[in-house]
Design a protein around this ligand. Structure first.
Ligand code: SF4
Length: 238
């Protein structure tokens, strides 16, 4: 697998940590609001950052960098993800994985082999037919549920997160999602950001106001106590 983007330091992609973040290409979803169209649709057209450049930087700066975030696209579509991560664990440096949750088997193997330290999993929509609409493809919801169970019942630290795009999600949907992960350690509502969305129609959508998001959070908190808002998703495709 190839690295298609690298930022040496970020304070917003792994909460509470100074992290580096890298992006890998390709995704099995096609979310209309995704703002990484090139990364998802045409990764081969993007320049590749040499792995040695990234590992060399992390080796040199590991005293100051707490970990590396592996983001996509969807990293778990790459069968060599385990070997790829080993390059970072050898440094050694902590690894956070951003995923849409479609590959629970690979996640189980990564967790079993202690290759990841934190997972951020997208919850695109309530676990019903709306999921396909938001993901832009037919989603195997059993796989999504399996990944949710792995995180809820495991020891690895994690967060669930939802981009609250008004084109798809209303308050009742957020309440349903929150109910499905009830006692989660962390469930984050992320602000939707128009501007560079894969589907240009999405750029015309006005995001919910802070007050509307607060109202959703308040209602959903009845079912999921550890729910939080996150406003800035710079550096994140999701
Ligand atoms: S938002 Fe995430 S899951 Fe959706 S298409 Fe983009 S990279 Fe894939």
């Amino acid at each position: 697998m190839e690295i298609k983007g690298f930022v040496k330091s970020t304070l917003i992609d792994w909460e509470g940590k100074v992290a580096s973040i890298l992006w890998v290409g390709g995704c099995n979803f096609s979310c209309p609001y995704c703002y990484a169209a090139d990364l998802v649709l045409n990764p081969a057209g993007l320049p590749t950052v040499p792995l040695e450049e990234v590992t060399g930087f992390l080796k040199e700066k590991k005293k100051w960098i707490d970990g590396v975030v592996i983001c996509g696209g969807e990293p778990t579509i790459h069968p060599d993800l385990s070997q790829f991560i080993q390059n970072f664990k050898k440094i050694p440096i902590a690894v956070k994985l951003d995923t849409n949750g479609t590959n629970p088997d690979l996640l189980k193997s990564l967790i079993r082999n202690r290759l990841i330290d934190y997972i951020a999993m997208d919850l695109k929509a309530p676990l019903d037919s709306k999921y396909n609409e938001v993901a832009g493809v037919n989603v195997n919801l059993e796989k999504i549920k399996e990944t949710i169970d792995i995180l809820l019942n495991g020891e690895l630290d994690y967060e669930f997160r939802t981009t609250v795009c008004p084109a798809f999600l209303v308050k009742e949907d957020i309440v349903k999602i929150a109910s499905s992960v009830g006692e989660a350690r962390r469930y984050i509502l992320q602000q939707f950001k128009p501007g560079e969305c894969m589907n240009k129609q999405m750029n015309k959508i006005t995001p919910y106001t802070s007050q509307q998001l607060e109202d959703m959070k308040k209602e959903a908190k009845k079912f999921c106590p550890n729910i939080y808002l996150r406003g800035d998703t710079r550096g994140n495709t999701r």
